[in-house]
Write a protein of this length. Structure first.
Ligand code: SAH
Ligand code: SF4
Ligand code: F3S
Length: 446
């Protein structure tokens, strides 16, 4: 039989990366093999994101490129999946008639069957579109998965979001919160450990809400403690935490469990209580600072990272300065900073006083400048320390390897005649700090 190939073009967050690993697994179950160049593939999946306009523009350009691929090879199956497919539905097909299959965000585990049905009916039926149901529960997935990394695994623990922050499209394209059962999550992690995985990231839009749909109290803290006990699990990360729902129980679990890494990613979005209210975030600047103090009380050596939006509608210079001051006050290790992007269908898109782009850009620059100073300061604290690194691979200079600390910091060290494999644990004594990374030399033990 002739070989068949698939190509995956993934955009967006870790949730999408995880979904893409599920698509890859199902395609391999059908006998397809991965190919890097999508021009030579029989099935192409574009897994899309629509969280900001910039992401959508880039992806629309890529889907546009596939028109020529379809003209050259009319048999290729072009599938658009993910959040943009969910949001735009038939409109997307109208705009890009080269698309054969449109797959909403809740159908990930049904993909194999949907593709087989499509191929069987091809000719009589030009296209398949499935995106109307956002309530499908993906909990009991038992098929194959092709993970990108050989030692680090994404583990979805819940799907969807109930928060409806007024700027955000995610609740509309991912549906309501659905938690996976603890047994199912533990079984997936145990199977991954048996395959050699060591590092696990528990994924959800709001992991602190895990289990609320079962009516269970403190379910996320219980899940963390349970995963910590699985033999062979070395590092546990989780994202994303919502400051309103982050509980003392979760912070205690991080403090007490050996394998849960001591990084707290707590997006604050804005330092102005008035903007936070209009964002529907459910906490004030003061409450956020109390949370940071609580985290530092239980886990003094932790790192703290965040997400920030500048230029939310009505954001004044004073509001922005509240954000800037909060960044300086907390001294985050890293921050993902975004210019507010109008998402039609969300409440903020209809708000008055949209901030002009040049003002937003200038604020973003000032914010990044302040954060870069923080990042460098935090990294400088590592100088002279020996850090535990999981090796990832060679850097651009092949004589230098890179890897990450437990808190996710990028570390570079020279090979000095040694050989490493991805996933090796290496102890590195840090001698140089930069804004985005630290450097040092491998030493014998920790
Ligand atoms: N559920 C996660 C991640 C959501 S998307 C959370 O609540 O943190 C990741 C980040 O994108 C958000 O934290 C926010 O900072 C940013 N974001 C979401 N919608 C946006 C918009 N319309 N414009 C700009 N940034 C946005
Ligand atoms: Fe979007 Fe808010 Fe949900 Fe995060 S918590 S996905 S920002 S609505
Ligand atoms: Fe993007 Fe969807 Fe993730 S909109 S950020 S891919 S949930």
């Amino acid at each position: 039989m002739e070989e068949k190939y698939y190509a995956l073009l993934n955009y967006g967050c870790q949730m999408n990366e995880s979904d893409t690993e599920h698509y890859a697994g199902q395609l391999e179950e059908l006998g397809y093999k991965a190919i890097a160049d999508f021009h030579n593939a029989d099935v192409i999946i574009v897994n899309t994101c629509c969280v900001r306009e910039s992401a959508e523009k880039k992806i629309a350009g890529k889907i546009g490129e596939l028109k020529a691929v379809k003209t050259k090879n009319p048999d290729v199956v072009i599938c658009v999946a993910g959040c943009m497919a969910q949001k735009d539905g038939d409109k997307l097909i109208k705009k890009h008639p080269q698309v054969d299959l449109l797959l909403g965000t809740a159908y990930v585990n049904d993909f194999k069957q949907i593709l087989l049905d499509y191929l069987a009916e091809r000719g009589s039926k030009r296209r398949t579109r499935v995106y109307d149901d956002l309530t499908i529960h993906q909990s009991e997935f038992e098929g194959k998965m092709v993970r990108q990394s050989k030692f680090e695994a994404w583990i979805p623990i819940m799907y969807g979001c109930n928060n409806f922050c007024t700027y955000c499209i995610v609740p509309y394209v991912r549906g309501r919160e659905r938690s996976r059962s603890m047994e199912n999550i533990v079984a997936e992690i145990e199977a991954a450990v048996a395959d050699g995985y060591k590092e696990f990231t528990l994924l959800g839009q709001n992991v602190n809400s895990y289990g609320k749909d079962f009516g269970e109290k403190d379910a996320f803290a219980k899940l963390l403690r349970r995963v910590n006990e699985i033999p062979g699990v070395d590092r546990i990360h989780y994202m994303t935490s919502h400051p309103r729902d982050m509980s003392e129980e979760v912070i205690k679990a991080v403090a007490e469990c050996e394998h849960i890494c001591e990084n707290f990613h707590v997006p604050f979005q804005s330092g102005s209580t008035e903007i936070l209210r209009r964002m529907n975030r459910g906490y004030s600047r003061e409450k956020y600072l109390e949370l940071i103090a609580l985290i530092r009380k239980y886990v003094p050596n932790c790192t703290i990272t965040t997400d920030i939006i500048v230029g939310f509608p009505g954001e004044t210079e004073a509001d922005f300065e509240d954000t800037l001051n909060l960044v300086k006050e907390v001294g985050f290790d890293a921050a993902f900073t975004f210019i507010y992007s109008k998402r039609s269908g969300t409440p903020a898109a209809k708000m008055d006083n949209q901030v002009p782009l040049d003002v937003k850009k200038a604020r973003l620059n000032r914010l990044m400048e302040a954060q870069n100073i923080n990042s460098l300061k935090c990294n400088e604290k590592l100088i002279g320390q020996v850090v535990e690194v999981l090796a990832e691979g060679p850097s651009k200079n092949k004589d230098v390897w890179n890897g990450r600390t437990r808190t996710g910091k990028l570390v570079l060290w020279p090979l000095e005649g040694k050989t490493y494999q991805a996933g090796d644990k290496v102890y590195v004594k840090i001698d140089t700090a930069q804004t985005w990374l630290v450097k040092g030399k491998a030493v014998d033990n920790g």
